[in-house]
Structures are given as C-alpha cells and as structure tokens.
Design a binder for this molecule. Structure first.
Ligand SMILES: [Mn+2]
Length: 262
C-alpha cells in the first residue's frame, strides 16, 4: 500500500459525489472512432454502438499524433459534430482535452473529459480539470509507473474533483507484437490503492484488432468497471488508428461475448 490522497475514507466518498454519467451498476462501455472525421461517420457509428449497448460515445476532436504531419483532428468543427451527434442520439460523450486553452470548448460538449496518455503528467492541465465539476478520465502515461499514475490522479483530486476514471491503455515495453503492453494487473492494484473506477482500453493497449475481444473479456474478469474501444464504419479508411478499430460486426460480437460472459 502506498500513501495517497485516496487512502482517507472521507475522500473516497467524494469519488461519486458528482453526478455519474453511467449508473454504477452498469459496466461502462465506451465506443466510437479514434477521431471524428465527419458528421455522417460519427452518427453512423454512434447509432450502431448505442443500439448494441454502448453507454458512452468516444470521438477525438483534438488528436495528439506522433507525427505533426498526421491528421490532427477536426478541432472545433469536430466538437460541433460531437455535440450534434450527442443531441441526436442521447449518448453521453467523452473527448480529449490536450490544451488548457481549449477547456471551455471541451467542457461545453463533453460529459467526461479525457486526459490523454501524453498529458498524464501535464500538471497544469491536471490541476485545471481538478477544478471542474465533470468526471475526468485519466489515461495512464505511455511509460508511466502505477505510482506516477496515482500521483497524477492526486493532482486532479487535490483541487477537489474526485470523480476520476483511471484508464489503463498499455505501456511501452520491449514486446514487439503489440503496440503497447496492456497491464491488466494495474486494474486490481488501482482499485485497491485508490478505490477509483478503472476502464481498460485494449485498442491502444494492443493496437491489434483481433486482440480487442480477448483483452476486453480479460479486463472485465479482473474487475475493470468498463472498457473503451475504437469502432469505425470503415477501419481500412480511418484517418487514425484504423488497424486497431473494430468493424461493426466485430463490435457486435464483442458485446455478445460480454453478455454471455456475465
Ligand atoms: Mn486512437
């Protein structure tokens, strides 16, 4: 046991103080494209994943890409599309905040604000979202230890926002078959050490489409509160992360497998 802000049981009670986006009884199933590419692309995906049982829609408007020449997201236009699809489908939405200057724009649309892996130790950003009254999903840093990850969550909580969802999304190791190494042991560790909700992202955790289903089931088996997966109408033509995005029929199969597993 490491000492952290969440040790105090009084603080634990604050975790669910804010209005929950998803009821605590349900598994959190977050699905949608890596990046918002068009209204049609997002709406088609949202309607499909909602019908199959997703309860939160994901979609990136601001994309932190390894290369500056890669698609950077539709930015404000992406947020407008996200808002329109949210209103049309009634699905709550999660999207990433990369820059504190975009906070108001993201806040106005997002039901859950995502802090991405590259920004896990952007302490200015963490403190700012700690002052907000919305749930924050904190993705694990690409090469962060569990202690560093919990420390980052403490930066958010220290400002008063304990409504934090920790997202295990794989870390960099010397494994050469997957994009990252999904650290599922982190799930029970984070729950034991902090009591926070944990969601697993096998899409970025593996980067490999056929691994999404087995790793999703494994995540739920080890106590994850939910999963976040990338789904695209045409993964082969996706502007980002197509290799790890599920086709619609594969998402359908995943949801059926989860239902059978329960
Ligand atoms: Mn992605």
């Amino acid at each position: 046991m490491i000492n952290n802000l969440f040790d105090d049981r009084k603080n634990i009670e604050k975790i669910y103080k804010n209005k929950d986006v998803v009821s605590k009884e349900d598994k959190i199933i977050i699905a949608g494209p890596c990046a918002i590419e068009s209204y049609e692309q997002l709406l088609k995906t949202a309607e499909f994943v909602k019908e199959k049982g997703a309860n939160v829609l994901r979609g990136g408007a601001y994309k932190p890409r390894t290369s500056p020449d890669s698609f950077q997201g539709l930015k404000e236009e992406g947020l407008r599309i996200l808002k329109a699809v949210k209103e049309k489908t009634g699905l709550p939405v999660i999207t990433e905040l990369m820059d504190v200057r975009d906070l108001k724009k993201i806040y106005d649309v997002a039901d859950i604000i995502q802090i991405g892996s590259r920004n896990m130790q952007n302490f200015t950003l963490l403190s700012e979202v700690g002052k907000q009254d919305k749930p924050i999903m904190l993705k694990r840093g690409i090469a962060s230890t569990i202690t560093e990850w919990i420390g980052a969550a403490e930066y958010i909580a220290k400002e008063g926002n304990y409504n934090i969802i920790m997202c295990e999304r794989g870390i960099r190791t010397y494994n050469d078959y997957t994009r990252n190494t999904l650290d599922l042991a982190a799930v029970p560790i984070i729950k034991k050490e902090t009591g926070l909700s944990v969601v697993v992202d096998p899409s970025h955790g593996t980067g490999v489409r056929y691994l999404i289903k087995p790793m999703s089931l494994a995540a739920l088996a080890c106590g994850a509160d939910g999963i976040m997966v990338e789904v695209h109408p045409e993964p082969e033509n996706a502007l980002s992360d197509g290799m790890q995005s599920l086709h619609f029929d594969e998402f359908d199969d995943l949801i059926n497998s989860i239902a059978n597993y329960k």
